[in-house]
Design a protein around this ligand. Structure first.
Ligand code: PLP
Length: 377
């Protein structure tokens, strides 16, 4: 942190920034400068010492991950279970759901991240039918969900912020409707965690899956799963391991007992390094505050918005209806993209246009460099 400048705290010095302006947080959030030291102290040192404290130290550090998540989402640490990624967490959930004879449909959307769709397709082998709301539907309209959540629906998979056009799904209302109709709600927060404040104590969600690689700046391999407390007992994952056991150190091969907490979804030996790196990042995001990050993102996004005609913006114009990415479908897009590349602007381009994700480490100067690329030479 370089200290206050015009009453605005500049956090960019806390992150490793590449040459040029980095707007790819929707893909990979930048690494905090503290990550190396943290890994050295909490991962490598206990390993180097190789004494009887190695595992206790590592496990304490992983506990730091669920603690940091609990603060981030305003919930309890024991309701979170570390996972490798969203897909793997979702696959375990699908296999663990209690079957209901009269309800066999899982509702999702064609706009969900494809990897989640691939996992959901596998649910068909367990007797479920997948119904995908078409891409053309307005997923921000409650009517669409009211209609989709019919009597035969077992579960609904909701992406909080869509990866393609960055629209924010009204999960507060949809989870309420699901609850009233006896439908299990599963929410993917991969694109919203760290940029949209999420209060799990206020939300009627049943299950949440997410990762840390994007706005949480936590790197790959540190996914997580959250389960509503009243639901834990009903979920019986088939993908388990000794860390899913109520007493991992019992070591009786003929006695498996599900852990009372969400840890029943854990499995075998965890990838400690990923969770240590991620917990350090989440703590940093918690310290900065998701609301502050969102405020900064909105201010920078507004500068981009003002520089292009509204009809060139594929993401929602209203900040309250979106996550942190602005998506631009520009006239002369190819030449704009070339100018951006020449000027070391880091971005990507998809079906709906150029994706740009200003985080707390981006500055108004970087936005100006970006906007200069929009203008004709
Ligand atoms: C909405 C959403 N969900 C999930 C993922 C990634 O899933 P996984 O963690 O399984 O790689 C992404 C990645 O871009 C995403 O945007």
């Amino acid at each position: 942190m370089t200290g206050p400048k015009n009453n605005i705290v500049d956090y960019s010095a806390q992150f490793h920034k590449p040459d040029g302006a980095y707007f790819l947080t929707h893909s990979i959030g930048l690494m905090p400068r503290s990550t190396g030291r943290c890994l050295e102290e909490q991962y490598l040192m206990p390993w180097k010492s190789a004494d009887q404290d190695t595992w206790p130290n590592w496990l304490e550090a992983v506990q730091g991950f669920t603690n940091a998540l609990a603060t981030l989402f305003n919930s309890d640490a024991d309701l979170f279970c570390p996972q490798s990624n969203v897909s793997s967490g979702l696959a375990k959930v699908i296999q663990a759901l209690p079957k209901r004879k009269e309800r066999t449909v899982i509702v999702a959307s064609e706009s969900d991240f494809p990897s989640a769709g691939f996992v959901l397709q596998q649910a068909e082998r367990y007797g479920y039918t997948i119904k995908l709301i078409p891409k053309t539907a307005d997923l921000q309209s409650l009517e669409v969900w009211e209609q989709a959540l019919s009597n035969d629906v077992h579960s609904v998979f909701l992406t909080h912020v869509l990866y393609n056009i960055n629209a924010k799904t009204p999960i507060e209302q949809i989870t309420k409707i699901s609850e009233q109709r006896g439908i299990t709600s599963i929410i993917d927060v991969a694109q919203s965690a760290g940029i949209v404040p999420i209060d799990l104590a206020q939300l009627s969600a049943d299950i949440v899956v997410g990762s840390c690689i994007k706005w949480l700046c936590g790197g790959p391999g540190a996914g997580y799963l959250w389960v509503r407390r009243s639901l834990i007992d009903q979920l019986k994952p088939s993908d388990v391991g000794w860390f899913s056991h109520q007493n991992p150190f019992e070591f009786k091969i003929d006695n498996f007992e599900y852990h009372q907490s969400a840890a029943r979804f854990w499995g075998g030996t965890p990838s400690v390094a990923a969770y240590i790196a991620a917990s350090n990042s989440i703590e940093q995001i918690n310290t900065i505050g998701v609301s502050n990050i969102q405020k900064h993102n909105r201010a920078l996004t507004e500068l981009i918005r003002a520089a292009v005609p509204d009809e060139c913006i594929s993401s929602p114009l209203d900040h309250t209806q979106k996550g942190g990415t602005i998506v631009l479908k520009l006239a002369e897009q190819a030449s704009v993209e070339q100018r951006m590349l020449n000027n070391k602007i880091h971005f990507d381009s998809r079906q709906y246009g150029i994706r740009l994700s200003p985080h707390i480490y981006n500055t108004a100067e970087e936005i100006n460099e970006l906007i200069e690329c929009f203008a004709q030479p």
